[in-house]
Every structure is written in C-alpha cells, then in structure tokens.
Design a protein around this ligand. Sequence first.
Ligand code: GDP
Length: 308
Amino acid sequence: MLVVLSGGTGGAKLIQGISEEVDPSELTIICNTADDFVLHGLHISPDLDTIMYTLAGVADGSKGWGIQDDTFTTLAQLKKLGAETWFQLGDQDLATHIMRTRLLREGLPLSKITARLNTCLGVKATILPMTDDAVETRVKTSQGEISFQEYFVKQRWQPEVKEIFYAGVQSSNPSPGVIEAIERARRIIICPSNPVTSIGPILAVPGIRNAIKTANASVIGVSPIIGDSAISGPAHKLMVAQGHEASALGVAQTYVDLLDSFLIDKADEELCGKIQRSGIKTSATSIRMDSQAEKRRLAREVLALADK
Ligand code: GDP
C-alpha cells in the first residue's frame, strides 16, 4: 500500500508520475482541504479536484487547475450579473461544485462525495479528504486577516504575511480511512506541495502526524523549494512567516520527525550533508517536473528510495 500526502499543483505533478508506476488499487491520496471555500454558494475543494481531474486524465496541465478545454460561458454571464469573478471556474468544473454542494446539503460527508465523484470520472485510486470537518487556512496580513484563496488568487500573494493558522483544525478528525491507510502503508510519500498551506494542514489534523510517525512504512519527501524560492507560488514567503528557513533544509526540518529520505534539487546539493545530520537520508536529483517524462522519472526515483 502506498499513501501520498498532497495539495494541488506540485502534488498533482508527482501523483501523475506515480499513477503510471503503481497499481491504482494500491494508491491512497490524502488531500488537503483547508483551501476549500464557498463561492457563488458553491463548495469548492481546489486540491481534491486537481487530483481527481489529474487521475481522470482530464486536468488542464498548462493552467495547473480545472479541466482541459473547458469553456467559461457561465463565468462571463456571472460577471455580467455583477458577481465577483477573480476565481475562475470553467463550465464543466462548475458541474463538480454544483454536485458536491448538493450532496453536502443532503447530508453526505465530503469523503463519501469525493468517492462518488471519483467513481463517476473513472478514477481508480482512492482520494481521501484529510477531514470531513470544516478546516480553513487563514492568512494574517499587514492589511488584516483573509482567506487563503483571497491571499493566493485575488491578491496574487502580494500582501505581507504575518501568520498563517488553520481555523477549526484542533476539533477536526481525520476522515474515515485516513488513519487505517497510513497504518497499512508500506510507503508514504510527502509530495513537493506547499509545506505551510497544503501539507501543514494535513499534519495538523489530530492523529495524522502521529500515525505517520509510528507507521511501519518508509516515509519519503520531495522539496518544493530550490535555492530560496518555491518552484511556483508563495511557499518560501509563507515558510519565513511561520519561522522556517526558505530552503530545502527548512522544508526537511518541518518534517524531521517523519522523514526517512528526502529528495532535493541538484542545485542544492551542498545541503545534503546538513539535512543528513538530522537523520534524514538525502539525495540530490532534478526535482523539476515540467514534462510527463520528468514526472515519471521523479516518481520512479521516489518509489525506489521507498523500497530501499
Ligand atoms: P497548491 O494547493 O496549488 O498550492 O499545490 P501544492 O501545495 O501541491 O503545490 C505547490 C508547490 O508545488 C509549490 O510550493 C511549488 O514550489 C511546488 N512545485 C510546483 N511545480 C513543481 C515541480 O515541478 N517540482 C517540484 N519539486 N515542486 C513543484
């Protein structure tokens, strides 16, 4: 059994590679839901959807979100009607949010809805939300407190960040199957996802971090940072706001109690010794995944490390 912890963008790239290397019946993805939010009255789960669309083979790889060749007719009409349209939603993508919202209103938990949507789209791997409870990443900026989507999409991660916190996480529970999957896993992979806003919330759900720590599995991580910057997005800024170093070393330190092995970029090779001193086997390779071939090659390297 293989368990993968993931957000959206960086996670989806590695998961695409992994899905070509392992039997989907062996693959369980535990996905961040602290980016979820309500817009136009619809419950949107950006990370769950990115992973679902990726594994269904319909993701828009160039944008990194949404469905390929989707149209934006409804969004254009919403704009005419005076709605805010800073968060882009394609017409086919909207169907996912309409269905999810309807089923939530009927009382189904997010985990059951996620399973149902994935089955409808032909996804064979298991995708589990980290929790069925409401957890929300909040960003305290110099201009006040905002949601993660307002910070990331509306304000294009420009405001100065003072602190990040996960509202509701202390009273949340892992969704059904999460702890069991970790306990059964032989390999656990921490994707090159944002350590603060994607992996951080998953590990903050009571019980998950401890289950990984005590699991009888090799735990492998991949850095989302090269040098002092994230490959995309604000991970480096948010690491600093949370008191961590913005580097592959800083990422390794946030998972030091969990990792057996860590992959960093060749450009950061000089950090291998430092990270290794904290007890994590560290190798330098190319961690950029700009093509399908690179995703698959990195996935193979990660899986090989887990088998050692
Ligand atoms: P989000 O929910 O969209 O923020 O998605 P993730 O948290 O899964 O991914 C964001 C992270 O992916 C960023 O910190 C990026 O640096 C990282 N990332 C994006 N592309 C790549 C890549 O090709 N290789 C690696 N190693 N990391 C990447």
